[in-house]
Design a protein around this ligand. Sequence first.
Ligand code: HEC
Ligand code: HEC
Ligand code: HEC
Length: 407
Amino acid sequence: MSIAGEVSLQTRAQNARLAPLAIDGPASPVPWVRYAGWPTRDTSKFNSLTTIVSPPAPGAPRKISKTLTGDPAAGQKLVADRSRGGSCLACHVMGPAGGTDLPGNVGPDLSEIGNAGRDDEWLFNYVNDARVYNPDTVMPPWGTHGIFSEAEIGDIVAFLRTLKSPAKFKTALDDPMKRPAPIEQRANLDALINPAMWLIEELAPALWKTAGPAGRSCASCHSEPAQAFRTWAAAMPRWEARLNRVLGVEEFVTRHARATTGQNWLMQSEENTALSTYLRYLANGAPIAIDTAGAEAKAAYQRGEALSMRKIGALNFSCADCHGADKSASKWIRGQWLGELRGQLDHFPTWRTSQQSIWDIRKRFQWCQVAIWADDLPPDAPEYGDLELYLAGQNAGQKLSVPGIRH
Ligand code: HEC
Ligand code: HEC
Ligand code: HEC
């Protein structure tokens, strides 16, 4: 490299100004209150992304001396009961109980398990806590985590023993092996198709020019955002030494606005989401390229990877159990297709037609925890920063296309 080049790099480093950030205080409401309408069951007795408290796996299979006397009809109801961790059909085709409710195929087809020569003791233990036979199982520990009682597991075993002939499906859609994988083809940047484009075309530009309590607006210092921020969001999140944690676009907006315009736009507020979506939109087409060169960033990335593999909640799933390419990704959990981690970040924040609202990536993290009966965290939790950094690394090179639109 030439000396001139080195000088110019040095000058650039000296000239690069740090964006002002309000370091103190949280960036989301305190106390964090879970969204209205989301499940409210108490899951504090199970692992979360911050705590390890779940009851341990049994050391050995339970001995069962005599034949179980369960009620197969009761068992048939239980395997389809959605209030119990989403039902067995979410992952298994089960003969007569299958085909009715878009069964999934994360687990094997159990329609002929009654012919498989499995004894009651094995079946009981597999359903009670499959970890005694398979430490890498993705199946929830139904008995150990108190989702089914022993008597109910007996009923389920009795039902499993009746399963002796292949499932009959009414249509190819019912059969998870034949159901076509969904492909998102909507034109997400067309305002007639994606309601979130309103944020880009109306709300964000208006907020950009609105003066805050400090008498300044974003426009006071950034008059040409489309020029200035053409790639910025594609390099987020990043390790932020001043906060001693990973900083994402949304938390940046909160802390930078506080420090410059005086606005207090908390994470996941309408204003914050509008500006965060806009900043990512400005970087559309730029490939995701995060910086993990520094020791702290590398450590955060590794923490994020470990968190993505931690078993959490009453259902004891890790993110990787459902989204890992070597686990359940590219399979059906009930009627929902499980995507790989790659391809999951480029379109966030994303309009959700099923929710009629736009979700940022941290709201998606929150829902993926609540859905597996685990505690969610406030959007500015450092664990989410680590997880988002890891997810961005898994999506390196994918080009931003924001706002997305999904079911
Ligand atoms: C999240 C998906 C999931 C759910 C929900 C689920 N299973 Fe499984 N199940 C699996 C997977 C995957 C396997 C394959 C091996 C493993 O991971 O343990 C399996 C294996 C089994 C087996 C062993 C089959 C064999 O012959 O090896 C039985 C029995 C079983 N499941 C019963 C049930 C019952 C009963 C329920 C509901 C109480 C249920 N499963 C719910 C994913 C699931
Ligand atoms: C008082 C001036 C000022 C105001 C007002 C201001 N900024 Fe900045 N902003 C800066 C400075 C200084 C930087 C550092 C980099 C630079 O010089 O562009 C910066 C950087 C940024 C960056 C790049 C971040 C980085 O890591 O370098 C973004 C994005 C940004 N501002 C967005 C906004 C938004 C959105 C608003 C309105 C809420 C806003 N700014 C208001 C001064 C300001
Ligand atoms: C029990 C399975 C399951 C677990 C465990 C799970 N998810 Fe999900 N996840 C889903 C389903 C189902 C969807 C929705 C897929 C769809 O809309 O097609 C989803 C969607 C997502 C998406 C959005 C995908 C997209 O392209 O829009 C992200 C990001 C995500 N999950 C991250 C996570 C993270 C991080 C964790 C761990 C905290 C996690 N998930 C745990 C089932 C799971």
